[in-house]
Ligand binder design. Structure first.
Ligand SMILES: [Zn+2]
Length: 179
């Protein structure tokens, strides 16, 4: 079973793994209630306590589906935080440049890249020198990508949080009050 959700029985506490497709797992496309009401394989109870789902790493196919379908969500909220991963950066930049995705999704991707820079420049005193070296290497690889796409960032900036703009925009030659 590659993708699954866990159902914990309210009566006996045993756990059942319920198989999902990759898309169901990545976009949370299963019905939580019907998972919880499935009969426990140990005691038969239909009272599920809670569900736990594994983390699904995004690949190109999943990102494309998400980008082209307004209804697909990779997390219930703050998708830009979920997308702010170094591993996703090449796919994200490619998607931004090809502009095949829904405009709102492109804005989310732009915000995700801003978060990625933010995460690697903010609060250096909380990290060791070694960690900061690694962080600044990542920041140095993200910063020029944002600088190249400054005009797109400016356009997407209306929906961005102030804390993000305050740290990231000066790094890429924009002011935080950019319109
Ligand atoms: Zn049970």
């Amino acid at each position: 079973m590659d993708y699954w959700v866990i159902r914990i029985c309210r009566s006996c506490g045993s756990e059942d793994q319920i198989e999902l497709t990759k898309e169901e797992a990545a976009f949370h496309l299963y019905d939580r209630e019907s998972v919880e009401q499935k009969a426990c394989t140990a005691c038969g109870s239909t009272q599920g306590k809670s569900t736990n789902q594994q983390f699904v790493k995004l690949d190109q196919a999943l990102l494309d589906q998400w980008g082209m379908n307004a209804h697909l969500k990779i997390s219930d909220q703050d998708e830009h935080l979920t997308l702010a991963e170094v591993d996703y950066l090449p796919m994200i930049l490619d998607a931004i440049d090809h502009q095949q995705y829904q405009p709102a999704k492109i804005d989310t991707l732009l915000e995700a890249v801003c978060v990625l820079l933010y995460d690697h420049v903010v609060n250096p005193f909380e990290y060791s020198p070694e960690e900061n070296l690694r962080r600044s290497q990542i920041a140095d690889s993200v910063r020029p990508e944002l600088q190249k796409r400054k005009d797109l960032i400016r356009k997407a900036s209306l929906g961005m949080m102030d804390y993000l703009k305050e740290v990231v925009f000066p790094e890429i030659g924009l002011t935080k009050d950019e319109r």
